[in-house]
Design a binder for this molecule. Structure first.
Ligand code: AMP
Length: 409
């Protein structure tokens, strides 16, 4: 069901509470090393400010323990946002409380404030499941959410990376908004469009590429995609668990022996759609510039698989070239260490080429998003998701309560 967006709301003179994801990486001195998450929220933020809304931003940052902790203050993010939008962003001393209400009520049309880290309050991360038999936890979560909801006339969810969580700011606040508008921002709208619409009603052939470390993290998504795709290409360390399932030797490669039965089941369920690498790039140790060999089949003792091999790259490139829709999640090898980045960047190039030919190409956050960014190719694919875990869960078809609760278009 399509969701109402911030474009459908008249924000003039309204207090607009936006849940953003300003969980930005910082160096040891607290300086922001990558402000992409802040910049991605700008379309929604600027839309509200231009429309004369009174903007209240809220986010989490890092993993504080439910107490105020200066290490995790959002002040640097507020300062950076101020530089980007060319106006002052008032930093609140907390996320709720009388001082915060005073700041919010003092905002004029087109002005903006940033609440302090939501996770300075334990209530933010109480799970609904946890609170089910514990009324005091339920009360704590609802009470915190109500204080946030009561400050606002409009609620906006523009934090896709957290949409799979039932945090107070994601789910309980919109639940507490009553009949007041609760909508998606432009960032979440785009995510739903690509990860939802494009992948649920794909132009065919629809090809998924899954890599990364563990098969255990991706069993659900492999299974779901086998039901939707014309081909699912496997890479990354999880290929070695599939090799074990086929009775091959994997040397010192990363494997999950307890997932071999699952891997066997997926191979059988795939009915030929599940494509496994035909060769591997191996080395005696994982280090920059290590001497490599290529193997087909067994990986000898003393060697480990660290990337897909050249024949696999050619095979995968051909399949991707013929696709009309491509979804990619997880690197093909240890792309952080040269020369084990070759497979991952070859797949990135193949996606760019497919996009140029008119295919819809979607990259599901996390390390594959980092890889495409590192290659400077983010703008040359259809969509790079801002949510790692969220995009995987979405592709898996898990319902997102934090999105479902918002107003339908
Ligand atoms: P994930 O978080 O599951 O997407 O996994 C990403 C990580 O998988 C990256 O840090 C890669 O270095 C790692 N990875 C990919 N291929 C391999 C491999 N063959 N051996 C060990 N780690 C790998």
């Amino acid at each position: 069901m399509a969701k109402k967006t911030i474009a459908n709301v008249n924000v003039k003179g309204k207090k607009v509470l936006i849940r953003v994801d300003f969980n930005v990486p910082q160096d040891a001195n607290g300086a922001i090393t990558d402000d992409a998450r802040i910049r991605k929220a700008l379309p929604t933020i600027q839309h509200v400010l231009k429309g004369g809304g009174r903007l209240i931003l809220m986010s989490h940052l890092g993993r504080p323990t439910g107490e105020p902790d200066p290490q995790y203050t959002l002040a640097p993010a507020a300062k950076r946002l101020g530089e980007l939008i060319g106006q002052n962003v008032v930093m609140a001393p907390a996320s709720v409380g009388p001082d915060v209400v005073t700041i919010v009520n003092g905002l004029k049309d087109g002005q903006c404030c940033m609440l302090e880290n939501l996770r300075f309050n334990k209530a933010e991360t109480i799970k609904d499941k946890e609170a089910k038999d514990k009324p005091e936890l339920r009360q704590q979560k609802d009470g915190f959410a109500k204080q946030l909801a009561d400050m606002a006339d409009v609620y906006v969810n523009d934090a896709f990376g957290t949409c799979h969580r039932d945090n107070a700011s994601m789910l309980t606040v919109p639940q507490q908004m009553g009949s007041k508008p609760k909508v998606v921002g432009f960032l979440v709208q785009k995510e739903l469009e690509y990860l939802g619409d494009a992948l649920n009603t794909p132009k065919r052939p629809f090809v998924a590429i899954l890599g990364g470390k563990k098969v255990s993290d991706k069993i659900g998504v492999i299974e779901a995609l086998l039901g939707k795709c014309d081909a699912v290409l496997i890479g990354g360390a999880m290929q070695y668990t599939f090799m074990l399932a086929q009775g091959q030797k994997t040397g010192g490669s990363l494997v999950e022996p307890d997932k071999v039965d699952e891997a066997k089941r997926l191979i059988a369920a795939g009915g030929g759609k599940l494509k496994l690498p035909v060769d591997c790039t191996i080395a005696a140790e994982l280090k920059e510039g290590a001497a490599t060999k290529t193997t087909e089949g067994n990986i000898p003792d003393g060697m480990q698989g660290l990337d897909i091999g050249p024949k696999t790259i050619e095979l995968y490139k051909k399949i991707i070239a013929d696709a009309e829709t491509v979804a990619w999640n997880g690197p093909m090898g240890v792309f952080e260490v040269k020369p084990f980045d070759v497979g991952t960047f070859a797949v990135a190039d193949a996606l760019v080429a497919a996009t140029a030919k008119g295919a819809i190409t979607v990259i599901g956050g996390g390390d594959s998003a980092a890889a495409i960014q590192q290659a400077g190719l983010s703008e040359k694919v259809s969509h790079v998701s801002t949510g790692g875990g969220a995009s995987l869960e979405f592709m898996e078809g898990k319902p997102f309560k934090a999105v479902d609760v918002l107003d339908n278009a």
